[in-house]
Design a protein around this ligand. Structure first.
Ligand code: ZN
Ligand code: ZN
Length: 378
Protein backbone atom coordinates (compact mmCIF):
# COMPACT_ATOMS: atom_id res chain seq x y z
CA UNK A 1 0.00 0.00 0.00
CA UNK A 2 0.98 3.66 0.07
CA UNK A 3 1.23 5.82 3.19
CA UNK A 4 1.90 9.50 3.71
CA UNK A 5 4.67 10.16 6.23
CA UNK A 6 6.69 13.02 7.71
CA UNK A 7 10.13 12.44 6.24
CA UNK A 8 13.16 14.08 7.84
CA UNK A 9 15.49 14.69 4.92
CA UNK A 10 18.16 16.92 6.53
CA UNK A 11 19.16 17.59 10.15
CA UNK A 12 20.93 20.54 11.79
CA UNK A 13 18.96 23.07 9.71
CA UNK A 14 18.54 26.47 11.36
CA UNK A 15 15.25 27.67 12.76
CA UNK A 16 12.51 28.61 12.19
CA UNK A 17 11.73 25.17 10.74
CA UNK A 18 8.59 26.65 9.17
CA UNK A 19 11.01 28.31 6.76
CA UNK A 20 13.89 25.77 6.42
CA UNK A 21 11.44 22.81 6.33
CA UNK A 22 13.52 19.83 7.54
CA UNK A 23 10.34 17.72 7.34
CA UNK A 24 8.75 16.96 4.01
CA UNK A 25 5.39 15.20 3.83
CA UNK A 26 5.74 12.47 1.19
CA UNK A 27 3.70 9.47 0.09
CA UNK A 28 5.80 6.30 0.11
CA UNK A 29 5.28 2.69 -0.78
CA UNK A 30 4.86 0.54 2.36
CA UNK A 31 5.52 -3.21 2.19
CA UNK A 32 3.06 -5.73 3.59
CA UNK A 33 3.89 -6.82 7.16
CA UNK A 34 6.36 -9.71 7.18
CA UNK A 35 6.34 -12.68 9.57
CA UNK A 36 5.81 -11.46 13.14
CA UNK A 37 4.86 -7.95 12.00
CA UNK A 38 1.73 -5.80 11.95
CA UNK A 39 0.24 -3.13 9.72
CA UNK A 40 -1.06 -0.36 11.99
CA UNK A 41 -3.18 2.67 11.12
CA UNK A 42 -1.75 5.52 13.22
CA UNK A 43 -4.65 7.29 14.97
CA UNK A 44 -2.61 9.78 17.04
CA UNK A 45 1.08 10.53 17.62
CA UNK A 46 2.74 12.76 20.20
CA UNK A 47 5.57 15.12 19.29
CA UNK A 48 8.32 14.50 21.87
CA UNK A 49 11.56 16.30 22.58
CA UNK A 50 13.50 13.27 21.31
CA UNK A 51 12.00 13.91 17.85
CA UNK A 52 13.30 17.47 17.99
CA UNK A 53 16.70 16.08 19.03
CA UNK A 54 16.90 14.14 15.77
CA UNK A 55 15.91 17.23 13.76
CA UNK A 56 18.42 19.57 15.46
CA UNK A 57 21.22 16.99 15.29
CA UNK A 58 21.54 16.34 19.04
CA UNK A 59 20.63 12.72 18.44
CA UNK A 60 22.17 11.84 15.06
CA UNK A 61 20.24 9.21 13.08
CA UNK A 62 20.52 7.78 9.55
CA UNK A 63 18.57 9.93 7.04
CA UNK A 64 16.15 10.21 5.40
CA UNK A 65 14.03 8.93 8.26
CA UNK A 66 10.25 8.62 8.67
CA UNK A 67 10.13 10.34 12.06
CA UNK A 68 8.12 9.81 15.25
CA UNK A 69 8.19 7.32 18.12
CA UNK A 70 5.14 7.97 20.38
CA UNK A 71 1.79 6.80 18.98
CA UNK A 72 -1.40 4.82 19.28
CA UNK A 73 -3.20 3.13 16.42
CA UNK A 74 -5.41 0.32 15.18
CA UNK A 75 -4.18 -3.01 13.83
CA UNK A 76 -5.36 -3.35 10.22
CA UNK A 77 -3.16 -6.20 8.99
CA UNK A 78 -1.08 -9.07 10.35
CA UNK A 79 1.94 -10.90 9.00
CA UNK A 80 2.23 -14.67 9.36
CA UNK A 81 2.72 -16.10 12.81
CA UNK A 82 1.00 -13.31 14.77
CA UNK A 83 -1.78 -14.97 16.75
CA UNK A 84 -2.19 -12.87 19.90
CA UNK A 85 -3.19 -9.57 18.24
CA UNK A 86 -6.40 -9.16 16.21
CA UNK A 87 -7.32 -6.80 13.42
CA UNK A 88 -9.24 -3.92 14.98
CA UNK A 89 -7.24 -4.01 18.23
CA UNK A 90 -6.18 -0.62 19.60
CA UNK A 91 -2.46 -0.59 20.32
CA UNK A 92 0.10 1.66 21.97
CA UNK A 93 3.40 1.70 20.10
CA UNK A 94 6.56 1.32 22.14
CA UNK A 95 9.84 2.69 20.78
CA UNK A 96 12.02 -0.21 21.88
CA UNK A 97 10.68 -3.47 20.41
CA UNK A 98 11.43 -6.50 22.56
CA UNK A 99 12.69 -9.73 21.07
CA UNK A 100 11.83 -11.71 24.21
CA UNK A 101 14.93 -13.91 23.90
CA UNK A 102 18.07 -11.86 24.56
CA UNK A 103 19.91 -11.57 27.87
CA UNK A 104 18.20 -8.25 28.75
CA UNK A 105 14.69 -9.42 27.79
CA UNK A 106 15.28 -12.60 29.78
CA UNK A 107 16.32 -10.47 32.78
CA UNK A 108 13.03 -8.57 32.69
CA UNK A 109 14.62 -5.46 31.16
CA UNK A 110 13.09 -5.27 27.65
CA UNK A 111 13.90 -1.54 27.41
CA UNK A 112 17.51 -2.68 26.96
CA UNK A 113 16.73 -5.41 24.39
CA UNK A 114 20.04 -6.03 22.62
CA UNK A 115 18.90 -6.76 19.04
CA UNK A 116 16.46 -3.81 19.30
CA UNK A 117 19.30 -1.44 20.22
CA UNK A 118 21.11 -2.48 17.04
CA UNK A 119 18.14 -2.18 14.67
CA UNK A 120 16.86 1.04 16.28
CA UNK A 121 20.28 2.61 15.68
CA UNK A 122 20.39 1.47 12.04
CA UNK A 123 16.80 2.54 11.28
CA UNK A 124 15.53 -1.00 10.64
CA UNK A 125 12.73 -3.12 12.07
CA UNK A 126 13.58 -5.76 14.67
CA UNK A 127 13.65 -8.64 12.18
CA UNK A 128 15.97 -6.67 9.90
CA UNK A 129 15.47 -4.48 6.86
CA UNK A 130 13.10 -1.65 6.09
CA UNK A 131 9.50 -1.71 4.93
CA UNK A 132 9.40 1.80 3.44
CA UNK A 133 9.96 2.22 -0.27
CA UNK A 134 12.74 4.53 -1.47
CA UNK A 135 12.35 8.29 -1.69
CA UNK A 136 14.12 9.87 -4.68
CA UNK A 137 16.45 6.87 -4.87
CA UNK A 138 17.39 6.99 -1.16
CA UNK A 139 16.71 4.31 1.45
CA UNK A 140 14.11 5.49 4.00
CA UNK A 141 14.77 4.56 7.64
CA UNK A 142 12.33 3.71 10.43
CA UNK A 143 12.50 5.86 13.57
CA UNK A 144 12.89 3.54 16.57
CA UNK A 145 10.83 0.82 14.87
CA UNK A 146 7.77 3.09 14.93
CA UNK A 147 7.84 6.05 12.44
CA UNK A 148 4.81 7.48 14.21
CA UNK A 149 4.20 10.55 12.01
CA UNK A 150 2.57 8.50 9.26
CA UNK A 151 -0.89 7.42 8.15
CA UNK A 152 0.08 3.74 8.28
CA UNK A 153 3.17 1.91 9.54
CA UNK A 154 4.56 -1.61 9.57
CA UNK A 155 5.97 -2.52 12.99
CA UNK A 156 7.20 -5.59 14.80
CA UNK A 157 4.72 -7.42 17.05
CA UNK A 158 7.16 -6.61 19.87
CA UNK A 159 6.60 -2.87 19.30
CA UNK A 160 2.96 -2.86 20.42
CA UNK A 161 0.87 -3.35 23.55
CA UNK A 162 -2.87 -3.92 23.11
CA UNK A 163 -5.05 -1.52 25.16
CA UNK A 164 -8.83 -1.24 25.67
CA UNK A 165 -10.55 0.52 22.76
CA UNK A 166 -12.21 2.96 25.19
CA UNK A 167 -8.83 4.61 25.72
CA UNK A 168 -8.90 7.60 23.31
CA UNK A 169 -5.98 7.38 20.83
CA UNK A 170 -4.77 10.93 21.54
CA UNK A 171 -4.37 9.93 25.19
CA UNK A 172 -3.16 6.38 24.48
CA UNK A 173 -0.29 7.75 22.38
CA UNK A 174 1.29 9.36 25.45
CA UNK A 175 1.52 6.00 27.23
CA UNK A 176 4.25 4.87 24.81
CA UNK A 177 6.94 7.44 25.60
CA UNK A 178 6.02 10.24 28.03
CA UNK A 179 4.35 8.02 30.60
CA UNK A 180 6.60 4.94 30.45
CA UNK A 181 9.68 7.18 30.56
CA UNK A 182 8.59 9.76 33.15
CA UNK A 183 6.56 7.68 35.59
CA UNK A 184 8.96 4.76 35.13
CA UNK A 185 11.96 6.87 36.14
CA UNK A 186 10.27 7.53 39.50
CA UNK A 187 8.55 4.21 40.13
CA UNK A 188 10.99 1.73 38.53
CA UNK A 189 14.41 3.38 38.36
CA UNK A 190 14.40 5.48 41.56
CA UNK A 191 11.84 3.24 43.33
CA UNK A 192 10.49 6.19 45.33
CA UNK A 193 8.80 5.26 48.64
CA UNK A 194 5.89 7.07 50.35
CA UNK A 195 7.06 10.21 52.14
CA UNK A 196 10.35 10.50 50.28
CA UNK A 197 11.26 13.83 48.67
CA UNK A 198 11.48 14.23 44.89
CA UNK A 199 12.57 17.04 42.56
CA UNK A 200 11.80 16.94 38.83
CA UNK A 201 13.88 19.11 36.47
CA UNK A 202 12.16 19.92 33.16
CA UNK A 203 8.37 19.91 32.90
CA UNK A 204 7.72 18.77 29.33
CA UNK A 205 5.64 15.66 28.74
CA UNK A 206 8.16 13.32 30.38
CA UNK A 207 8.75 15.63 33.37
CA UNK A 208 5.02 16.09 34.02
CA UNK A 209 4.64 12.30 33.94
CA UNK A 210 7.47 12.06 36.47
CA UNK A 211 5.52 14.47 38.71
CA UNK A 212 2.41 12.28 38.35
CA UNK A 213 4.51 9.20 39.12
CA UNK A 214 5.89 10.87 42.24
CA UNK A 215 2.34 11.70 43.36
CA UNK A 216 1.29 8.07 42.77
CA UNK A 217 4.24 6.90 44.87
CA UNK A 218 3.14 9.15 47.75
CA UNK A 219 6.28 11.27 47.59
CA UNK A 220 6.41 14.43 49.71
CA UNK A 221 7.50 17.10 49.02
CA UNK A 222 7.50 17.05 45.20
CA UNK A 223 9.42 20.01 43.77
CA UNK A 224 8.90 20.83 40.08
CA UNK A 225 11.56 22.92 38.31
CA UNK A 226 11.14 24.69 34.95
CA UNK A 227 11.66 28.21 33.52
CA UNK A 228 8.12 28.37 32.03
CA UNK A 229 5.51 29.55 34.61
CA UNK A 230 2.58 27.77 32.85
CA UNK A 231 4.42 24.44 33.04
CA UNK A 232 5.13 24.97 36.77
CA UNK A 233 1.44 25.81 37.27
CA UNK A 234 0.36 22.56 35.57
CA UNK A 235 2.85 20.54 37.65
CA UNK A 236 1.25 21.94 40.82
CA UNK A 237 -2.14 20.76 39.56
CA UNK A 238 -0.73 17.29 38.77
CA UNK A 239 0.66 16.72 42.26
CA UNK A 240 3.77 18.86 42.79
CA UNK A 241 3.83 20.54 46.21
CA UNK A 242 6.33 23.25 45.19
CA UNK A 243 7.39 24.76 41.87
CA UNK A 244 10.58 26.73 41.31
CA UNK A 245 12.37 28.42 38.39
CA UNK A 246 15.83 26.94 37.66
CA UNK A 247 17.83 30.12 38.46
CA UNK A 248 19.89 29.55 41.61
CA UNK A 249 18.14 26.23 42.16
CA UNK A 250 20.96 24.75 44.25
CA UNK A 251 20.18 27.40 46.92
CA UNK A 252 16.41 27.83 46.51
CA UNK A 253 15.73 24.11 46.59
CA UNK A 254 17.76 23.60 49.76
CA UNK A 255 15.73 26.42 51.37
CA UNK A 256 12.59 24.48 50.45
CA UNK A 257 13.94 21.03 51.34
CA UNK A 258 16.80 21.33 53.87
CA UNK A 259 19.48 18.74 53.19
CA UNK A 260 18.32 18.24 49.61
CA UNK A 261 15.93 15.76 47.99
CA UNK A 262 16.14 12.00 48.22
CA UNK A 263 15.47 11.67 44.47
CA UNK A 264 16.33 14.24 41.76
CA UNK A 265 15.02 13.44 38.28
CA UNK A 266 16.60 15.19 35.26
CA UNK A 267 14.16 15.28 32.30
CA UNK A 268 15.80 17.99 30.19
CA UNK A 269 18.70 16.23 28.50
CA UNK A 270 21.42 18.66 29.59
CA UNK A 271 24.68 17.91 31.35
CA UNK A 272 24.45 21.27 33.18
CA UNK A 273 20.94 20.51 34.47
CA UNK A 274 22.08 17.03 35.53
CA UNK A 275 24.84 18.77 37.52
CA UNK A 276 22.12 20.89 39.22
CA UNK A 277 20.16 17.72 39.97
CA UNK A 278 23.29 16.18 41.49
CA UNK A 279 23.85 19.34 43.57
CA UNK A 280 20.39 19.18 45.18
CA UNK A 281 20.43 15.44 45.92
CA UNK A 282 20.64 14.57 49.62
CA UNK A 283 23.11 12.23 51.31
CA UNK A 284 22.12 8.67 50.44
CA UNK A 285 19.90 9.94 47.64
CA UNK A 286 19.62 9.13 43.95
CA UNK A 287 20.13 11.36 40.92
CA UNK A 288 18.33 9.99 37.86
CA UNK A 289 19.15 11.00 34.26
CA UNK A 290 16.17 10.65 31.93
CA UNK A 291 16.75 13.30 29.23
CA UNK A 292 19.02 12.46 26.29
CA UNK A 293 21.74 15.07 25.71
CA UNK A 294 24.13 15.43 22.78
CA UNK A 295 26.70 12.57 22.86
CA UNK A 296 29.55 14.99 23.65
CA UNK A 297 28.05 16.19 26.97
CA UNK A 298 29.79 15.12 30.18
CA UNK A 299 29.01 15.16 33.89
CA UNK A 300 31.77 15.77 36.44
CA UNK A 301 31.04 14.45 39.90
CA UNK A 302 33.23 14.53 43.03
CA UNK A 303 33.90 10.86 43.67
CA UNK A 304 34.24 11.59 47.37
CA UNK A 305 30.56 12.68 47.48
CA UNK A 306 29.49 9.61 45.53
CA UNK A 307 31.25 7.32 48.00
CA UNK A 308 31.28 9.28 51.28
CA UNK A 309 27.58 10.20 51.00
CA UNK A 310 26.57 6.84 49.51
CA UNK A 311 24.94 8.62 46.57
CA UNK A 312 23.50 6.88 43.53
CA UNK A 313 23.74 8.14 39.94
CA UNK A 314 21.27 6.29 37.71
CA UNK A 315 20.46 6.31 34.01
CA UNK A 316 16.88 5.50 33.07
CA UNK A 317 15.91 4.43 29.54
CA UNK A 318 12.17 4.06 28.83
CA UNK A 319 11.87 4.40 32.61
CA UNK A 320 13.21 0.84 33.10
CA UNK A 321 9.66 -0.12 32.16
CA UNK A 322 8.26 -3.50 31.19
CA UNK A 323 5.60 -2.25 28.73
CA UNK A 324 3.51 -5.46 28.71
CA UNK A 325 3.25 -5.26 32.50
CA UNK A 326 3.18 -1.50 33.07
CA UNK A 327 0.88 -0.16 30.32
CA UNK A 328 -2.12 -2.24 31.52
CA UNK A 329 -1.46 -1.01 35.09
CA UNK A 330 -1.29 2.60 33.92
CA UNK A 331 -4.51 2.14 31.92
CA UNK A 332 -6.30 1.13 35.14
CA UNK A 333 -4.83 4.12 36.99
CA UNK A 334 -5.95 6.39 34.13
CA UNK A 335 -9.43 4.87 34.34
CA UNK A 336 -9.46 5.62 38.07
CA UNK A 337 -8.61 9.27 37.36
CA UNK A 338 -5.15 9.03 38.91
CA UNK A 339 -3.17 9.62 35.70
CA UNK A 340 -4.90 12.54 33.94
CA UNK A 341 -2.69 12.34 30.85
CA UNK A 342 -5.13 14.38 28.76
CA UNK A 343 -3.98 17.40 30.78
CA UNK A 344 -0.66 17.26 28.88
CA UNK A 345 -2.13 17.81 25.43
CA UNK A 346 -1.64 21.36 24.27
CA UNK A 347 -2.93 21.17 20.69
CA UNK A 348 -3.43 18.88 17.72
CA UNK A 349 -2.11 19.24 14.19
CA UNK A 350 -2.05 17.51 10.81
CA UNK A 351 0.95 16.16 8.88
CA UNK A 352 1.38 19.45 7.00
CA UNK A 353 1.87 21.24 10.34
CA UNK A 354 4.95 19.24 11.41
CA UNK A 355 7.54 21.99 10.91
CA UNK A 356 5.47 24.60 12.76
CA UNK A 357 4.88 22.12 15.59
CA UNK A 358 8.64 21.55 15.88
CA UNK A 359 9.13 25.33 16.21
CA UNK A 360 6.53 25.53 18.99
CA UNK A 361 8.26 22.66 20.82
CA UNK A 362 11.69 24.24 20.43
CA UNK A 363 10.32 27.53 21.79
CA UNK A 364 9.40 25.67 24.98
CA UNK A 365 5.76 26.77 24.69
CA UNK A 366 4.07 23.53 23.78
CA UNK A 367 3.70 20.61 26.15
CA UNK A 368 2.38 17.71 24.07
CA UNK A 369 1.22 18.51 20.56
CA UNK A 370 -0.60 15.56 19.06
CA UNK A 371 -0.60 14.68 15.36
CA UNK A 372 -3.85 13.35 13.87
CA UNK A 373 -2.64 11.92 10.54
CA UNK A 374 -6.17 11.18 9.32
CA UNK A 375 -7.60 14.62 10.16
CA UNK A 376 -8.37 16.70 13.24
CA UNK A 377 -11.27 16.12 15.61
CA UNK A 378 -14.24 18.37 14.79
ZN1 ZN B 1 9.81 10.42 23.41
ZN1 ZN C 1 15.54 -8.75 23.59
Amino acid sequence: MRSRTALLTADELSRPYERTRPIEVVELELDDPGPGELLVRVDAAGLCHSDLSVVDGNRPRPLPMALGHEAAGTVVGRGSGVRDVEEGDRVVLVFVPRCGNCRMCASGRPALCEPAAVTNASGELLRGGRRWGEHEGRTVHHHLGVSAFSEHVVVDRGSVVVVPSELPPETAALFGCALLTGAGAVLETARVRPGESVAVFGLGGVGQCAVMGAALAGANPIVAVDPVPAKRELALELGATHALPPEGIAETLRETVPGGVEHAIEAVGSGAVLADAWAVTARGGSTVAVGLPHPTQRLEVPVVELVGQARRLLGSYVGDSVPDRDIPRYVELWRAGRLPLERLRSSQFELGGMNAALDALADGEALRQVLRPHGLDP
